[in-house]
Write a protein that binds this ligand. Structure first.
Ligand code: FES
Length: 99
């Protein structure tokens, strides 16, 4: 099974090696990441993040996620909802406050 490296720059949290296509809410907790999760279904915006990664490091957002991102981070093309993100490669994640 392939793994992907998730880093949290600017925090004290160590990088995590997760299975490719991992469901982030199942692997990232308050003990091992700066991320918080609420609804886990793409609605509440609690898990809003900014992703720094190469093209193809994650599946693109689906229509529902794009709609939520228009509400929570309309000016940020790198914003994603961590609960909806499907990681395919290494990435750096920074927690954002929703607008
Ligand atoms: S946890 Fe609610 S949108 Fe991700």
């Amino acid at each position: 099974m392939s793994t992907v490296r998730i880093e949290f720059p600017g925090t004290c949290f160590a990088a995590q090696e997760l299975p490719e296509r991992a469901c982030l809410p199942l692997f990232l907790t308050v003990q091992n990441s700066p991320l918080l999760f609420g609804c886990r279904s793409g609605l509440c915006g609690t898990c809003l993040i900014e992703v720094d990664a190469d093209t193809g490091a994650a599946e693109p957002p689906d229509a529902d996620e794009r709609e939520a991102l228009e509400l929570y981070a309309p000016e940020n093309p790198r914003a994603r909802l961590a609960c909806q993100l499907v990681p395919l490669g290494a990435m750096r994640i920074r927690k954002l406050a929703s607008a």
